[in-house]
Design a protein around this ligand. Structure first.
Ligand code: ADP
Ligand code: MG
Length: 239
């Protein structure tokens, strides 16, 4: 990972990056002016999809969630570059990609500092034709084959010691070839594999199915689907 000092902060890129990233590249208005925006997606915040260097990338600003979020918006306490959530997520993505795990390729990140606060932005390569598990379930029931793929992918991360702080059905994507990716590694980390945090991840995932089921007019998910997923996961983990 390369660290580039800018006037008020830092820009991070992977080692193999050829063209530099500039501060304005982290501003959605810049890409709008270039006519490069090809889509947006509303998560907790807007994800901006833009065309740059012959690829589609996704720009995401870091926002605080929950009650605190309403007061503090996008500002975080700065306690050194390596303690920032942006730095940690970017470094983790670089490591996971190197290990061949299915994550979006890290492209660049920016940490903007001002006195003792920072703001963060992350750019990753877009997963082509991505559909989240949550989106799939709004239109049809998931196949056993897809359930198995999801289970195997989560087990692959867990065997590698990857703790995902927010494993939920919006952070599990299928690309156009039907391959499974995990995204959104904010506050994720490498840990010694252990049943307790792995179960914590799976419990969170299970809750997300039921939470989203209550949100959408149609949602094709059954208790049986969860049992199948969890069984396939346990089998894959033990392999
Ligand atoms: N690399 C990517 N490729 C395709 N879609 C993405 C990518 N990164 C994010 N998205 C989409 O944007 C949404 C929000 O991004 P995410 O990183 O999960 O942020 P958050 O959950 O904090 O809003 C995701 O649910 C996904 O639909
Ligand atoms: Mg997310």
């Amino acid at each position: 990972m390369l660290i580039n000092n800018i006037e008020q902060g830092y820009i991070l890129t992977p080692d193999h990056t050829k063209t530099p990233f500039l501060p304005e590249h982290f501003d959605p208005n810049y890409w709008q002016q270039q006519n490069a925006i090809v889509g947006t997606k509303e998560g907790r915040a807007t994800a901006w999809f833009f065309r740059h260097n012959n690829q589609i990338s996704v720009l995401k600003h870091y926002w605080r969630g929950g009650m605190v979020g309403k007061l503090l918006s996008d500002q975080y306490l700065f306690q050194g570059l390596k303690s920032t959530r942006v730095y940690k997520e970017f470094l983790l993505l670089c490591e996971l990609e190197q290990r061949g795990l299915p994550v979006p390729s890290p492209v660049a990140a920016k940490i903007s500092t001002s006195y003792c606060i920072y703001r963060g932005d992350l750019i990753t390569a877009a997963i082509t034709g991505a559909t989240s598990l949550c989106e799939v379930l709004q239109t049809r029931e998931i196949t056993l084959n897809q359930l198995n793929k999801i289970a195997q992918t989560i087990a692959q991360f867990h065997r590698a010691g990857v703790y995902h702080a927010d494993l939920n059905i919006n952070n599990i994507l299928f690309n156009e070839a039907g391959e499974v990716y995990l995204i959104d590694f904010d506050r994720g980390e490498l840990r010694t594999p252990s049943h307790s945090w792995q179960k914590h991840n799976m419990d969170r995932l299970r809750r997300s199915f039921y939470k989203e089921a209550g949100k959408w007019p149609t949602f094709y998910f059954t208790d049986n689907n969860w049992e199948q997923l969890n069984l396939a996961y346990k089998q894959a983990l033990a392999r």
